[in-house]
Write a protein that binds this ligand. Structure first.
Ligand code: PRP
Length: 189
């Protein structure tokens, strides 16, 4: 029998930008700050599918106060590496947020178009507050200004994958944030 090695997602990575240990330490620090800031409040973590899932899962366990979760699904990128600039709500919140303290938990802030739209959408539902927590910030790409209340890492303008971020729906399960080898883009999908 011929053994063929299964390719691993990590084999396609040219450079690790943020390793798993640094992500873990930062997420614990952010969770402790959020827990202190929202103690005694009616906190709802609103996350945007799908990229924010690993960050949300780790952040909520680092935030040891009572909280609720809700989800939005929006479309902004398509399957390429460039933002289309068009934001659509594909799935809305399941529970009302009126009078509650909303913290949006997002994996990456790039042009700001998605978060700008989402934050306006949430404010329209009359929550007590809306604040933003992002793991990765690419400030050089910003088109629309967005205020960040909790920021994990500032990163350069490179297309990144891993820890929730995808290229054509792949690489979300990498435990770190990295840059793909350029040859990956040339492959037929
Ligand atoms: C990513 C990310 C943000 C958005 C940021 O999501 O999760 O929602 O792009 O880009 P912007 O600041 O330029 O608006 P994506 O559309 O790739 O969907 P996904 O989370 O399902 O991967």
């Amino acid at each position: 029998m011929t053994l063929v090695a299964t390719p691993r997602p990590a084999d396609d990575i040219a450079e690790i930008l943020v390793n798993a240990e640094d992500i873990g330490a930062k997420v614990r620090e952010m969770g402790a700050r959020i827990a202190a800031d929202y103690a005694g409040r009616d906190l709802v973590l609103v996350s945007i599918l799908k990229g924010a899932l690993p960050f949300l899962a780790d952040l909520m366990r680092a935030t040891q106060i009572p909280l609720a979760l809700d989800f939005l699904e929006v479309s902004s990128y398509g399957t390429g590496t460039e933002s289309s600039g068009v934001v659509r709500i594909l799935k809305d919140l399941a529970q009302p947020i009126a009078g509650r303290d909303v913290l949006v938990v997002e994996d990456i802030l790039d042009t700001g178009q998605t978060l700008n739209y989402v934050i306006d959408h949430l404010h329209a539902q009359r929550p007590a507050s809306v604040r933003l927590c992002v793991l990765l910030d690419k400030p050089t790409r910003r088109v629309v200004p967005v205020e960040i209340d909790y920021r994990g890492f500032e990163i350069p303008d490179k297309f990144v994958v891993g820890y929730g971020l995808d290229y054509a729906e792949r690489y979300r399960n990498l435990p770190f944030v990295g840059v793909l080898k350029s040859e990956v883009y040339a492959r037929p999908s």
